[in-house]
Design a binder for this molecule. Structure first.
Ligand code: SAM
Ligand code: DTB
Ligand code: SF4
Length: 327
């Protein structure tokens, strides 16, 4: 069933009535035969994007481990005994050198991640320097620093930040089973601060954490129905980390992952949908199916934050074999 946005009387929402998705609608997409779902997603994709162009971001963990939060999937939480060692915030020159190397290999955006609940003001000043340095290379900039306090987003904007990554991660109803140290509403609050500061929003989630299909559909609804849909939507497949509560989670059916990409593409037609964590364990054929289902962005480079990603030679070969171009 379709419904138009009549609530939230901002000038923008009054001028642009738009479809608000329901969980039932997204579940109906999931229930389609896979070929029908992919066809639908590919049709939507081609209306808004070049279907052969993939955006590539390189990630760097600028502050690793020792995080106060208890996110049940994360290698960097101080609450779990994992192989990830706690490290200090990296020096700015090392970060800029890593960005330069990523640019030389063909990444258009550099994303810097920190294992924080949120940045302290002194640490933020240091990150602002990183953003200025990376921006000066002519790359798009992205950071993911946790929850923001009043005024921090505007400082990031002034420094030249293009994107802030802050995932809703999972359905509001399931969130408390994965994370207890902060709430889904806290995440929404930070997304509002990012949006209000004029920074592009990057927000998505993780699947394979033991959530139901209904939870997956609800996550997509919660992302798509934000006051404005995120410009970038990372879909992560859980990377099970030894030592975390999710170490032994069963692997989700890969076709369920493809369905999630397709549903995200249909619900957020103009967003970049990123095939994110979990690519190392995927065959080339499965990745091609994800692109066919509407993914048009990915992480490029041997490492994500603490885990591996396919090496660039394998990705370059995949691009050549599929006739994909990098944007
Ligand atoms: N601390 C900040 C935060 O929580 O927003 C930024 C870093 S945090 C590691 C960024 C995102 O990485 C998480 O929101 C989650 O979606 C993803 N992530 C972390 N561990 C993961 C895992 N084991 N598998 C898949 N995605 C993961
Ligand atoms: C996102 O959604 N996925 C990236 C990025 N945003 C920061 C992080 C994936 C992390 C995977 C596990 C790790 O390497 O620690
Ligand atoms: Fe900390 Fe982010 Fe990991 Fe949660 S996901 S434990 S906030 S680094």
């Amino acid at each position: 069933m379709s419904a138009c946005s009549t609530a939230a009387a901002t000038p923008q929402s009054l001028s642009e009535s738009r479809h608000l998705w329901t969980v039932e609608e997204i579940l109906a997409l999931y229930d389609l035969p896979l070929m029908d779902l992919i066809w639908k997603a590919q049709t939507v994709h081609r209306k808004h994007f070049d279907a052969n162009a993939i955006q590539r971001s390189t990630l760097l963990s600028v502050k690793t481990g020792g995080c106060s939060e208890d996110c049940g999937y994360c290698s960097q939480s101080a609450r779990y005994q994992t192989e990830t060692e706690r490290e200090r915030l990296m020096p700015v020159d090392e970060v800029v050198a890593a960005a330069q190397a990523a640019k030389a290999k063909g990444a258009s955006r550099f994303c810097m991640g920190a294992a924080w609940r949120g940045p302290k003001d002194g640490d933020l000043d240091h990150v602002l320097e990183m953003v200025r340095g990376v921006k000066a290379l002519g790359m798009q900039t992205c950071v993911t620093l946790g929850m923001l306090k009043d005024g921090q987003a505007s400082k990031l904007k002034e420094a030249g930040l293009d994107y802030y990554n802050h995932n809703l991660d999972t359905d509001k109803e399931f969130y408390g089973q994965v994370i207890k140290s902060h709430t889904h509403d806290d995440r929404i609050d930070t997304l509002g601060q990012v949006r209000d500061a004029g920074i592009n929003v990057c927000s998505g989630g993780i699947i394979g954490m033991g959530e139901s299909r209904k939870n997956r559909a609800a996550l997509i609804v919660q992302l798509a129905n934000l006051p404005k849909a995120p410009e970038s939507v990372p879909i992560n497949n859980l990377v099970p980390i030894p030592g975390t509560p999710m170490a032994d989670n069963p692997r989700l059916d890969p076709f369920e992952f493809v369905r999630t990409i397709a549903a995200a593409r249909i619900a957020m037609p103009t967003s970049w949908v990123r095939l994110s964590a979990g690519r190392q364990e995927m065959s080339d054929e499965l990745q091609a199916l994800c692109f066919l289902a509407g993914a048009n962005s990915m992480f490029y480079g041997e490492r994500l934050l603490t885990t591996g990603n396919p090496d660039v030679d394998r990705d370059d070969q995949l691009f050549a074999r599929l006739g994909l171009t990098a944007v």
